[in-house]
Write a protein that binds this ligand. Structure first.
Ligand code: AMP
Ligand code: ZN
Length: 320
């Protein structure tokens, strides 16, 4: 198998793209494809400061690598959620630290939820009897913190490492349940709203998970292999398996399913519930927009405050 571009021995065969590439050509191809994705969806420009949400996994670390390689101004953020008595989070955090150190001391900040709010996310989820719903609490906490840090730090956008497989699994789930509100919002870019809700972008949304794994492997990026223990048995994992079977039978189905969805939606051929005009007021405690009358869902989660009420007024996360 030879590289289609330079004739060297190929290391990857992307049958859905009818493309075999050697290491160097593959790395260049990934960077170019991500650059095109950023431009095609008008995610951000070289003049803007981007907050990259890094979890210690392959996708977000690879994303951070690509954005720096492409010359964008980035800073990382790692949110410590104290998963598995802190062990899973500690390991993930170590991967972020190691990666930043190996790439010229990339700047990043760590936000430690337990230190700030007095309880870890799993503990607080349990205390609030949301029992099995650690994942929804975790998502809420991550969104709030990313928004807050982006707002305080003057970042134009928050970039996450969601890849095509992630997006397609969510798309399938939302379609099977006809979640019209979520389908309306699912996009590579969520624009900013008012001052506190920052723009969210997914520059890897057209990259297959397998391609990102190859990228991380070739560059020797040391990442956390294990999935978050709370995600075991999650529906999206099952949908990913189904979609892999579909892809094996019909090459390119994942990419087609996702890109055709975006195309038809953008063309106005499919219309979903549009919540963007919904009236939002500022949360009385944190100022982030909310549809609730008093406190936003995040502040209600920590109400009454467990500890450190003063922390609310301090800037979040220290730069490393
Ligand atoms: P997940 O929902 O775990 O698949 O993560 C999706 C994306 O969210 C990752 O690619 C990261 O960009 C971001 N992310 C997840 N967990 C964290 C975390 N603990 N700290 C910062 N970013 C995160
Ligand atoms: Zn609030």
């Amino acid at each position: 198998m030879k590289c289609r571009k330079c004739g060297q021995p190929a290391v990857i065969n992307m049958r859905h793209h009818k493309l075999t590439l050697c290491e160097d050509c593959f790395l260049a191809w990934v960077a170019l494809r991500v650059q095109h994705t950023i431009e095609r969806f008008r995610m951000f420009t070289h003049d803007e400061k981007i907050l990259v949400a890094v979890s210690g996994g392959k996708d977000s670390l690879a994303l951070w690598h690509i954005l720096n390689h492409l010359g964008y101004a980035t800073e990382g953020i790692y949110i410590d959620l104290s998963i598995s008595e802190g062990e899973y989070s500690r390991q993930s955090r170590d991967k972020v630290r190691k990666f930043a150190g190996q790439h010229g001391d990339l700047p990043y900040r760590v936000v430690d939820v337990e230190a700030l709010y007095g309880r870890s996310v799993p503990e607080q989820a349990r205390a609030r009897r949301r029992g099995g719903k650690v994942c929804s609490v975790c998502g809420l906490v991550k969104r709030h913190i990313m928004n807050r840090v982006a707002h305080e730090g003057g970042f134009s956008a928050v970039a996450t490492g969601h890849n095509l497989d992630d997006e397609v699994a969510v798309l399938l789930q939302n379609t099977l349940n006809w979640e019209v509100g979520y389908l309306g919002r699912q996009a590579p870019v969520l624009p900013e709203r008012q001052t506190h809700l920052s723009r969210k972008v997914k520059p890897l949304c057209l990259m297959y998970e397998r391609e990102m794994a190859a990228y991380a492997l070739i560059l020797g990026i040391d990442y956390i292999y294990a999935e978050c223990p709370f995600s075991v048995g999650a529906k999206t994992i099952f949908y990913k398996q189904l979609l892999n079977q579909l892809e094996a039978r019909s090459l390119g189905s994942k990419l087609r399913f996702y890109t055709m969805f975006l195309k038809e939606k953008t063309a106005g051929n499919m219309r979903f519930l549009d919540l963007s005009g919904e009236e939002l007021g500022p949360c009385r405690r944190c100022g982030q927009p909310t549809s609730a009358a008093e406190l936003c869902a995040f502040c209600r989660l920590w109400d009454p405050p467990v500890q450190n009420p003063d922390e609310e007024s301090r800037p979040m996360g220290m730069l490393r």
